[in-house]
Design a protein around this ligand. Structure first.
Ligand SMILES: NC(=O)c1ccc[n+]([C@@H]2O[C@H](COP(=O)([O-])OP(=O)(O)OC[C@H]3O[C@@H](n4cnc5c(N)ncnc54)[C@H](OP(=O)(O)O)[C@@H]3O)[C@@H](O)[C@H]2O)c1
Length: 317
């Protein structure tokens, strides 16, 4: 729960001000943490009617963010995905404005998809990216643009994101879940609160002790400890809910009938290491594996049943 994250987090300096570019699922979780820690936050959304929309930013629109509205921003996190051409919508429209801010830390949420298929092997930040899917190639292009932006950037590579209102529990409850078995296939994941917690930890680290070896840490995987098959998650989730599992399906027998998007999701198999985040940089995961994380989702979904109205999401970014 966010309250647990708040309890173990330290405040940023009193002049810190956070800009969240894209107050979606992860962005709003980070914004809640920051507000609870007493740091002022500005969240952009594409419509001012959306929850927690402090500022309007839609790269497809004509309105530009007013630089005056961003005065004093010291930290930023960008959650906005690449555009169809593989360009970064924020850098295309706002780089000049961002460069004029007194930024001390900037985080860009990317995906572990840039590692490509590793046939189930472990992969770390030291391995060269090898994206095969178009969306991962676009993502790597944006990572490069952020790395060359001249901003104090740290790239956070994320696997499938889950959390309250967006987990296999909801898939099972809504009858959307499929129990698909593919031998030796695993997926990595991260609870949304650990994305917020990791961002906060990295901001804090940069604030407390700008480290000369920081350059080694411009890229950080933010994943939990336990890559696992989706069948393990579904079985665990069904036990937590006390409900029946959907029928078991063998991947080979249904792959042809899957959507092209679903096929790409199953076409890559890797175990992503969090050694840098958790050992070198000292972040302690709040939800180190899906068992802890799903229990938390169950508890929070009970407290906030409206979250269940969140739209279903892909788990692979
Ligand atoms: N979902 C996953 O499992 C997963 C896995 C790995 C990586 N990722 C990546 O991690 C990041 C955070 O994920 P998330 O699930 O928190 O994302 P999310 O809920 O979809 O939020 C994305 C945010 O980007 C904003 N946005 C999208 N297109 C925009 C545009 N053209 N101009 C301005 N704003 C735009 C959205 O605006 P509105 O608030 O107005 O909608 C939203 O606030 C994303 O880049 C995502 O692709 C996701």
């Amino acid at each position: 729960m966010l309250a647990d994250l708040v309890k173990r987090s330290q405040p940023l300096a009193s002049d810190a001000k956070l800009l969240v570019l894209g107050g979606g699922y992860s962005g709003r979780c980070l914004a809640s943490l920051a507000r609870s820690m007493g740091t002022p936050v500005l969240c952009t959304r594409r419509s001012l009617d959306s929850d927690e929309a402090d500022l309007l930013f839609d790269s497809a629109g004509e309105d530009h963010l007013d630089p005056d509205a961003l005065r004093g921003v010291t930290h930023l996190v960008c959650t906005i995905p690449p555009d169809r051409e593989g360009n970064d919508p924020v850098l295309s429209k706002l780089l000049g404005t961002l460069r004029s801010l007194p930024l001390r830390w900037a985080g860009y949420l990317s995906t572990t998809g840039i590692y490509g298929d590793r046939q189930g092997g472990w992969v770390s930040e030291q391995d060269d990216p090898a994206p095969k899917l178009d969306r991962s190639i676009r993502r790597l292009n944006c990572e490069q643009a952020w790395l060359h932006s001249g901003l104090p950037i740290q790239i956070l590579r994320l696997p499938g994101i889950y959390g309250p209102g967006r987990s296999v529990l909801n898939g099972l409850q809504q009858g959307r879940a499929r129990l698909i078995e593919k031998p030796d296939q695993v997926f990595c994941r991260i609870h949304v609160e650990d994305i917020a917690g990791a961002c906060w930890h990295l901001m804090h680290r940069a604030e407390q002790a700008p480290d000369p070896s920081m350059d080694n840490w411009t890229v950080v995987n933010v994943v939990d400890d336990l890559p696992a098959p989706t069948t393990d998650l579904l079985r665990h989730a069904a036990a937590l809910l006390g409900c029946a599992l959907p029928p078991l399906e063998q991947f080979d027998q249904i792959v042809e009938s899957m959507s092209p998007m679903a096929q790409t999701f199953w076409s890559e198999n890797r175990r992503v290491s969090n050694h840098r985040l958790c050992q070198e940089l000292g972040y302690g995961l709040l939800h180190p594996n899906y068992r802890v994380g799903l229990q938390d989702c169950l508890d929070q979904d009970k407290l906030n049943p409206t979250d269940l109205r969140s739209p279903p999401r892909s788990t692979n970014g």
